[in-house]
Write a protein that binds this ligand. Structure first.
Ligand code: GDD
Ligand code: MN
Length: 378
């Protein structure tokens, strides 16, 4: 049996648009050898005859399906569409795409080709170098860029320039793994939440520049409420990301236990002298922290390739750097600001922790960069 790809297209009063777009989508089958194209329309209770139009098109295209999802919102439509596609077709790949002609169906074969090169998601990106927006109002452009900026800074999803794009090809396995825990709302915020979800599941993502055309007919369904919705949802995405920091702190705490415990055993059970015991206990806690971070805090898969010994060496550097920071803060606060020693000690530990955390997230367990490809004609 041929592998399948399902293009999920939400529609809300897009009757004229689907007439134009769907034939173009099915035409791409000629350029796709190893997959059979299926299209699933998720209609949100259109009253302009979209459903009837689809029924007519089904006479020509046998792999065109439609479901109706009356719940309002793009996110609701996609969630319903994804689960229906998985249950009825079990495709290997799933696309997201707009019905209004803004996404050029000609990119479909290319995305399918690209994802074979060891990627889990290809994002059709308006903001990667080479991407374009045709006749997009300055206001929309600004909102969209600003939204993506916020996603990077508040949402903590670095390296992806277009987190809200509605044109994507995703391996179904990764959609199955998505829980949408960080999705509070029902609308357009779905797009950025899905990216956050993919990143958390260590998906290898590539952004490929696209030209975002003008709408063929009708108007955008994006409303002010969707923009507010997006902002609220940002904080949910952030909350989910914060688990890394929590894990980091837990491992840090466990290091104290390892340190104290081994010091006790070394001095009281094996009767080693305390000068040696303190050093060995320190090294054991550094190693146990390293193991904890490697296999739990930064569970290894989406980290940059690096040898074991280099990582352990980097980790030791982070300990030295944070200890120096701690001492520097301690003495500065006491001598220059006259702060009480216990307070200075506490603040010193805090500053040391920050240095340690940043050193290890930015260097020791640095995340892989996503790849941005330039179009062939550049
Ligand atoms: N079923 C359903 N229910 N479909 C909907 C709904 C809904 O509530 N709202 C919108 N759609 C459909 C539209 O009919 C269209 O096919 C597609 O979803 C995208 O909606 P547009 O109205 O065309 O959105 P846009 O062009 O303004 O927004 C584009 O850019 C956004 C980021 O700036 C889209 O690509 C979005 O996906 C993207 O997030
Ligand atoms: Mn659109």
């Amino acid at each position: 049996m041929m592998k399948r790809v399902c293009i999920v297209i939400p529609t809300l009063n897009e009757s004229e648009n689907v007439k134009k777009v769907l034939p173009k989508v099915f035409d791409t089958q000629a350029n796709i050898a190893s997959y059979e194209i299926h299209v699933l329309i998720v209609d949100g209770d259109s009253n302009d005859g979209t459903q009837e139009t689809i029924e007519k098109l089904q006479e020509t295209y046998s792999t065109l399906k439609i479901i109706v999802c009356k719940k309002r919102g793009l996110g609701e439509a996609y969630k319903a569409g994804f689960s229906h596609a998985i249950e009825t077709l079990n495709p290997e790949l799933i696309f997201e795409m707009d019905a209004d002609g803004q996404h050029d169906p000609k990119m479909i074969p290319l995305f399918i080709e690209l994802i074979q090169h060891d990627f889990d998601c290809i994002i059709g990106s308006r903001f990667a170098s080479g991407g374009q927006l045709i006749n997009f109002s300055f206001r929309r452009k600004l909102i969209s860029k600003f939204g993506n900026f916020l996603i990077r800074v508040i949402g903590g999803i670095p390296n992806i320039l277009d987190c809200t794009s509605g044109y994507r090809c995703i391996k179904t396995d990764f959609i199955k793994r998505s829980t949408f825990k960080n999705l509070l709302t029902s609308g357009y915020a779905f797009q950025s939440s899905l990216v956050a979800e993919l990143v958390r599941n260590n998906a290898r993502i590539m952004e490929f520049p696209i030209i975002f055309n003008e709408r063929n007919f009708g108007e955008s369904k994006l409303r002010l409420i969707d923009q507010i919705d997006f902002l609220i949802n940002l904080f949910f995405i952030r909350l989910n990301q914060s688990f890394e920091l929590v894990k980091y702190a837990i491992i840090g705490g466990s290091g104290i236990v390892v340190n104290m415990g081994s010091y006790y055993l070394l001095t009281r059970v094996t009767h080693l002298n305390y000068q040696w015991a303190v050093l060995i206990a320190l090294e054991l806690s550094i190693i146990s922290n390293f193991i904890g971070h490697h296999f739990w805090t930064f569970n290894a898969k989406n980290q940059e390739e690096k040898s074991w010994h280099l990582r352990i060496f980097n980790y030791h550097l982070s300990v030295i750097a944070s200890t120096m920071m701690q001492l520097l803060t301690f003495f500065t606060l006491i001598y220059m600001l006259g702060i009480k020693d216990l307070m200075a000690q506490f603040l010193g530990i805090c500053c040391g922790f920050v240095v340690n955390y940043f050193f290890n997230t930015k260097i020791t367990w640095k995340k892989k960069q996503n790849q941005h490809l330039k179009p062939a004609n550049e």
